[in-house]
Design a protein around this ligand. Sequence first.
Ligand code: KIV
Length: 295
Amino acid sequence: MVKVTAPWCIQAKQDGTRITMLTAYDYLLANILDESGIDILLIGDSLGMVIQGENDTLGVTIEDIIYHTKIVAKAVKRALVIGDMPFMSFQVNADEALHNAGRIIKEGNAQAVKLEGGKEVVPQVRAIVKAGIPVMGHLGLTPQSVNEFGGFKVQSKSELGIRKLISNALALEDAGVFAIVLEAIPSEAAKRVTEHLKIPTIGIGAGPDCDGQVLVTYDMLGVTDFHLRFVKRYALLRETISDAAKQYIKEIKSGVFPSTEYAYNIEIENDLPDESTLIDETYSGEESDSFDDLF
Ligand code: KIV
C-alpha cells in the first residue's frame, strides 16, 4: 500500500492518473472510503451545511475542523487527509494563517490544508508552504465568498473571467500549492486552467477535463435531499435510511421487534448459596473483559 501524499498527487498528473477525492467528517465513513481506495479525504468546511445544518459554510470554526479532522485521520491508512481552513482562519494575515494551518496539522493530524482564494492569499500560501505544510488551493465558486458572489453561482463564465481564473491559478502554483480545487465553472474554463498548470486540478462541477474529481460524500451517497446538477448520486441512501427507520418504528409499535432471535433467552441459573440470601446492593453485574458475550 502506497500512502497518498502531496508529491504523489503531482506525480499522478504527470502519469495521467486521475485523482479521486471525497469529503469525510466521521470515523466510520472515513474508514469505509479509505478501504475502498479513495485517494484524498477532505474534511471540508461543507460540514457547516452537511453536518451542522447551516445555510452556508461561514460559521465553521477552526475547532470544528480540528475535531472532525482528528477522528477522520484516526480512521485512514492510505488516503491523503486534508483539513479545510474555515472562513476567517486565514484571511487576516499570513501569521494567523500559518498558526491555524499548524493547528490543523498538529492537533487534527491532517497531512495538508486547503484554503480558498487566488492572488490575495498568496502571502498566506507562501508562509504555510515554507513551514513544510502542503497546501491545496480552491478557485471558482469559493463558498466562503458567497456574499460577494450574491449566492452560489457558476463562476468564470466570460473570457475575462477565464483569464482571471488562469492568472489566479498560476499565482497559486507559483506560491507552492500542490493542487487546486476548481468549483462550479464551465468545463471549457476548467480545461484551460488544467492545461496551464503542472499541478493537478480537482474538479467539482467543473467538467471532465480536470486531473481529478471531488464530491461531497453525503451528496454522492444520496443522503442530502437537494440535487445539484454536478452531483451524480451513486446510491440512494436517504430513501434506504428512511425506509429502514419507518420499518423499525412499525415493528416496535406492533411488537414484532425484538423477536426471540434478537434477545438473550437464557435460563437463569440459581447460584444463591441459600434461599434466604439478600440481594447485595453493591453488586453491579458480572465482570467481562470483552463484548464476546453480546454476540
Ligand atoms: O468544503 C468542501 O467540502 C469543499 C469541497 C466541496 C471541495 O471545499
